[in-house]
Design a protein around this ligand. Structure first.
Ligand code: GDP
Length: 626
């Protein structure tokens, strides 16, 4: 199914021609009838007696005051019918509409040179045609056929119809990517039916009963009725004019410019990266931070321009922009758009959306940003997918596909290639680019290196501290650590992450202090110096290093032993329990010839270490099963 749209200067005979082609008067507003002028979009269709392949017709206003209404209807058409009155020839809005068709890259087109009944002079007709050909040069309509017609006498209307049908038969059916969207160009309600929205459907089918979502609002409803060209249907095809009767959404909650789609297909945006061409007959250059009106789909939003890599764009120049929008819109990569100056109103230029979700404001003159735009503009789907991933990794597949702006089929193919070439790494449910993953590994290693340098007396950095410095989730961190450990580049001791060959080395002075301290500990045996005194003897740093190295065992806030002394005390207690079945605090104190303080510290530490367990006042050995 196809849709064609009119274009051309006011009063050149667009609506009359549509009526001659379709038998339907497209001017639907009372005001339009009174002023004999099209103000808003009009809709009609060309019947086909042989098949159900009707052609939708969007009739747009030609008056310059209503050019913005024209923009809401012209997107999505397969073929433009540029109407030029033979008695007047090319006029200002003929040029402006032509420029818009060119910027929107509407490739199919026919020139209807109408009102030929008013021209008697063949020389004039020839002149007008020459002027038209000149104006079409270097535009999408360069090769368009010019067909002289009269809507009043009916001359050549059949030829025009046949040409329209022939050209449309050459155009491929609109693809079905399973992601239907209907840019809404009209909303009304009918008593007994409720809300109805209309638009030109693209990218997929809509069915009666489907659950749908309006974006940007996110409101959900159900399709209660479907019509195309005033005929009830059960399924609407991509490329057709569709009226959707909605249940669950009120008319007041929808406005022109929103899109109707399936839930979860698109999220709205207030920032877009775009490729832009400034019209050559624009009177002024496009400046950075200029206020403009963006027209995309049937939407119209005020935006500010961020010029990327250039100070300004002169008439005829192309470049990259980041558009910051005042209100959200729902757009897709590849959507074409127009920018207009709000006042005095004029079409400035237009282009194509490269990235609907850039995520952040770009630095204007950064080489990385330039590289990003270049890839988005000319890159392969693989490059685009990888770029999207690298900017926001890690991502789930769903988010990666969505953010890339590629259609699901292209994204899926590119994804397969990336996997085959091992350019991506799966971590749990998320994906890293190979480079992104490697740089994370490098970051981890460099954090461990700098920790060793800053803390030569610590065995390593604690897992938690490392994780928080990397600023990643626990599950990701665990996976990362596991991978790097497997490679043998780092090791773990008691939750401390370190290089396998990292050694704690004391200075000579520190070694002397340690020796002195050890002697004192050996002399005192069970009645060891306190934690506080030990720290004074060897310094806090050395103390904690010896704890890390397990040369010292600290039992509680006060009691600390040399590792050997601790083992021998534990052995004495175990052997007492083996002989007597159990031991209590008093007995421990007596066997070890010490005070209650040390006895209790030892027993409690043995409980914590799961050597013993407490049964009322006694300790027994923990059995393997207990
Ligand atoms: P639009 O503003 O481009 O939609 O123009 P209209 O279709 O409203 O036509 C403008 C005027 O031109 C109307 O008075 C029409 O009757 C008249 N008109 C349109 N087509 C023809 C034609 O082929 N021949 C003649 N003589 N008049 C025409």
């Amino acid at each position: 199914m196809h849709v064609i749209g009119t274009a051309g200067h006011v009063d050149h005979g667009k609506s009359t021609l549509v009526e001659a082609l379709t038998g339907i008067d497209p001017d639907r507003l009372k005001e339009e009838k009174e002023r004999e002028m099209t103000i808003d979009l009009g809709f009609a269709w060309i019947r086909n007696d042989d098949s159900d392949d009707e052609i939708g017709v969007v009739d747009v206003p030609g008056h310059r005051d209503f050019i913005e209404n024209m923009l809401a209807g012209v997107g999505g058409i397969d073929l433009a019918l540029l109407v030029i009155a033979a008695d007047e020839g090319v006029m200002p809005q003929t040029r402006e509409h032509l420029a818009i068709l060119d910027l929107l890259e509407i490739r199919g087109g026919i020139i209807a040179l109408t009102k030929i009944d008013l021209v008697d002079d063949p020389d004039w007709l020839e002149l007008v045609q020459l002027d038209i050909v000149e104006n079409l040069q270097n535009t999408v309509l360069e090769d368009a056929q010019i067909i002289p017609v009269s809507a009043i006498t009916g001359e050549n209307i059949d030829t025009l119809l046949a040409t329209i049908r022939h050209q449309l038969s050459q155009i491929k059916e609109k693809p079905d990517s399973g992601r239907p969207r209907l840019p809404i160009d009209r909303i009304f309600s009918i008593t007994g039916f409720g809300t109805i929205v209309t638009g030109t459907l693209s990218d997929g089918y809509l069915n009666l009963g489907d659950q749908v979502e309006i974006q940007p609002s996110g409101l959900r409803g159900r399709i209660r009725g479907l019509q195309t060209h005033k005929t009830k249907i059960e399924t609407a095809r991509p490329g057709s004019r569709v009226a959707v009767n909605l249940s669950g959404i009120a008319k007041k909650d929808i406005s022109r410019g929103a899109i109707l789609t399936f839930p979860g297909i698109v999220s709205d945006t207030v920032l877009c990266d775009v490729q832009y061409r400034h019209l050559s007959d624009s009177s002024i250059p496009l400046k950075h931070n200029a206020e403009v009106k963006l027209f995309v789909g049937s939407a119209e939003v005020v935006a500010r321009t961020r010029l990327i890599g250039q100070k300004q764009l002169k008439p005829g120049q192309s470049g990259w922009l980041q558009l910051a929008l005042r209100e959200p819109v729902a757009v897709f990569r590849g959507d074409r758009f127009i920018l207009r100056r709000p006042s005095p109103p004029a079409t400035l230029g237009g282009g194509v959306i490269l990235d609907p979700h850039p995520g952040r404001r770009h630095k204007r003159f950064s080489p990385q940003v330039g590289q990003k735009f270049k890839t988005l503009e000319t890159g392969t789907p693989e490059e685009i997918l990888l770029l999207t991933l690298q900017r926001n990794e890690p991502l789930s597949i769903k988010h990666l596909f969505e953010n890339s702006g590629l259609d699901s089929e292209t994204a899926e193919k590119a994804w397969q290639t990336l996997q085959t070439n091992e350019e991506v790494t799966f971590v749990n449910e998320t994906i890293y680019s190979r480079d992104g993953w490697l740089s994370l590994v490098e970051k981890l290693k460099s954090l461990v290196t700098s920790y060793h340098t800053d803390n030569p007396l610590r065995i390593g950095i604690s897992r938690e501290e490392l994780r928080s410095r990397l600023n990643i989730t626990s599950s990701l961190f665990n996976n990362l650590l596991e991978e790097v450990k497997k490679s043998g580049d780092i090791a773990l001791t008691d939750n401390m992450v370190h290089f396998p060959d990292h050694k704690i080395l004391f200075t000579e002075q520190q070694q002397r202090n340690v020796k002195k301290m050890t002697r004192l500990f050996l002399n005192e045996g069970v009645n060891s110096p306190s934690v506080k005194d030990t720290k004074v003897m060897i310094s806090d740093d050395v103390y904690y290093a010896m704890i890390d190295l397990k040369d010292l065992i600290q039992l509680n806030q006060e009691v600390v032993y040399l590792a050997d002394t601790y083992s021998s005390l534990v052995n004495q207690i175990i052997s007492y329990i083996n002989d007597h079945g159990s031991v209590n605090a008093g007995q421990t104190r007596d066997i070890l010839q010490t005070s209650r303080k040390y006895a209790i510290a030892l027993l409690e530490y043995m409980d914590q270490s799961r050597i013993t367990e407490r049964k009322e006042d006694d300790r027994v050995l923990r059995t393997l099963t207990s």
